[in-house]
Design a protein around this ligand. Structure first.
Ligand code: PAF
Length: 287
């Protein structure tokens, strides 16, 4: 069974897209959902491709969610390329696009009583440096999943911690939605694709690649034993190149707990967040 709408149908109202999906009697287990904040790149397209392979109906969304931005300037400067995005999604074969305004997502306003219990995950790395960020991510994804009711939710591995947070949130609230994590897409020199890369000028773009170079360095150097020195060298390398580092961490790949002493048996992930001037970029690599 394939849905085959030929042209992508765009919905602006939550009620309309929900009703459309219900009236077509599309079972949840054949609906794939790709939520985005627009400014799309090949990484997003790869998520749509994955869904097209598996699901009868592929639903995308574009909504720049204000509640997940802890920094107002970052929100104001978030790139927007809506015409191009629509074109890319349609060419990728996305069937339905949900393009809501603020009041569709937050009919009662953005302040919410709901607190998502994310525990330890929210206290470290992105959670620590971007207070409230993951509450905002859960808030919007909760609302979107409630509207779309997909069987599969597609996310990119570049946002490693976000994938873990959303696994935790959906395990309780949406047990019928599986999370599918797609590999990070990289530019030929190694830079992880990100919407924020659009904000980099030529010079900054050259600096941005140092983040993935630092991760490759960590991957190459990681041995059994203490890891502090490797982390410190990666950090110093980035600082010497002129980046402002929020963190360079090596963590247990399944819990994100920092690992100081590598026993050689635990799967590890290295994670970096750093600013190139005022553009904050993140990336990670399994070791
Ligand atoms: O990863 C993103 O683009 C966003 O955090 C998401 C999942 C679309 C929620 O706004």
């Amino acid at each position: 069974l394939t849905f085959n709408t030929l042209k992508m149908i765009i919905f602006k109202k939550a009620e309309d897209i929900s009703r459309f999906i219900r009236e077509k009697s599309v079972a949840a287990n054949i609906i794939g959902f790709v939520p985005t904040m627009g400014a799309l790149h090949a990484g997003h397209v790869s998520l749509v491709d994955m869904s097209k392979h598996t699901d009868a109906l592929t639903v995308g969304s574009i909504f720049v969610n204000p509640t997940q931005f802890n920094d107002k300037k970052d929100f104001d400067k978030y790139p927007s390329t809506i015409e191009k995005d629509i074109d890319m999604l349609e060419k990728a074969g996305c069937d339905l696009l949900f393009l809501p305004g603020l009041t569709e997502i937050y009919p009662g306003g953005t302040k919410t009583e709901t607190h998502y219990d994310l525990g330890y995950l929210e206290t470290i790395l992105e959670g620590k440096y971007r207070p409230g960020h993951f509450q905002g991510v859960c808030q919007v994804v909760d609302r979107l999943l409630d509207i779309v009711q997909p069987g599969r939710l597609y996310l990119g591995k570049k946002d490693y911690q976000q994938c873990m947070v959303l696994k935790k949130m959906t395990a309780i609230k949406y047990p019928n939605t599986a999370i599918i994590i797609a590999p990070t897409m990289r530019e030929p020199d190694g830079l992880a694709m990100s919407s924020r890369n659009m904000r980099l000028n030529e010079e900054e773009r050259k600096l941005a690649v140092k983040i993935s170079s630092a991760l490759s360095f960590i991957k190459k150097e990681t041995r059994k034993g203490y890891l502090e020195d490797i982390k410190e060298r990666a950090k110093q390398y980035l600082v010497a190149e002129g980046l402002k580092v929020d963190y360079v961490e090596i963590a247990n790949a399944s819990t994100l707990e920092p690992v100081e002493n590598n026993n050689g048996n635990t799967p590890l992930v290295a994670l970096i967040a750093a600013f190139v001037n005022d553009v904050r970029l993140i990336d990670n690599m399994l070791l």
